[in-house]
Design a binder for this molecule. Structure first.
Ligand code: ATP
Ligand code: MG
Length: 252
């Protein structure tokens, strides 16, 4: 799909007044520099894609931004507030949600209970109605009363996404949410992302599938060795074959 033929909901938004600003973010794990001076921005209503080789620090960046890991140093501004080093609970309440690469579900709870638990960490008002809407949005109604551990891998990814949706976030960080899922579930997720963006939600999406990146993201941010090495439109990034070979590990 070219930019010209994208659905309206997937058209790029203005990149002014970013909802997320990261500056000079560092995190070392022993000798590993998982974040080594990360600088990036996500615009309001932007869908930004975050790509880079395995181990380049993408998931760590999500953990640093969302408060599950504390940075060594650096700045994280969300919606104008400094949130670097804030607890995950507080960051979630401010309206920043993230999914985990390996779904972080309550295995012994039902699908609906998992959604309600996510609301309890954020905004409880209207949670039951939102859970019903989220079940419908993600076509999970038929498994609403099943335990999370009984879901298929793809359904677990959907539920992980649904938990982020339940938080009524202004910015959602998605960590490989479509990796390994059936095309039908991928379509459900993509439609949900487009619909949420129409309602004003911004996204930062870690993704290895270049077709998905091309179709969904307004702008691509490339990480390598704990830092952002380049960013731009998909077409410009893939044209730079050096970037593709060095950072994505495959010639185009
Ligand atoms: N809690 C931790 N303790 C020690 N090392 C860690 C920890 N978390 C991440 N790392 C290391 O930091 C580096 C970056 O890992 P990270 O998971 O952020 O990469 P990634 O870009 O998400 O990779 P992938 O594409 O494989 O998911 C890796 O070398 C990883 O082993
Ligand atoms: Mg990762």
């Amino acid at each position: 799909m070219s930019a010209a033929t994208r659905p309206q909901a997937l058209q790029p938004a203005a990149a002014t007044d970013p909802i997320l600003v990261v500056r000079g973010l560092h995190k070392h794990f022993g000798g590993i520099k998982a974040a080594n001076g990360v600088d990036l921005e996500v615009g309001r209503r932007e869908i930004a894609g975050l790509i880079g080789p395995n181990g380049s620090g993408k998931s760590t960046l999500f953990s640093l931004v969302s408060g599950t890991v504390t940075p060594d140093k650096g700045e994280v501004r969300f919606d104008g507030r400094d949130i670097a080093g804030q607890s995950a609970y507080k960051v979630a309440r401010l309206g920043l949600a993230r999914t985990f690469q390996i779904p972080a579900l309550f295995d012994n709870m039902t699908v609906t209970e998992n959604l309600l638990a996510a609301a309890a960490e954020g905004h409880w008002a209207g949670a039951r109605e939102r859970a019903a809407e989220t079940l419908a949005l993600l076509r999970l109604e038929h498994v609403a009363d099943n335990r999370a551990s009984d879901l298929s891998g793809g359904q677990q990814k959907l539920l992980e996404f649904g938990r982020a949706v339940m938080r009524q976030a202004a910015l959602i960080l998605l960590d490989e949410v479509t990796a390994g899922v059936h095309p039908n579930i991928r379509k459900i997720i993509l439609e949900a992302i487009a619909g949420l963006r129409e309602r004003g939600v911004s996204f930062l999406i870690i993704e290895h599938d270049m077709e998905m990146v091309r179709n969904v993201c307004d702008r691509i941010i490339v990480m390598d060795s704990g830092r952002v090495v380049t960013s731009g439109r998909f077409e410009d990034i893939v044209r730079d074959s050096e970037v593709m070979q060095s950072y994505l590990g495959r010639p185009q």
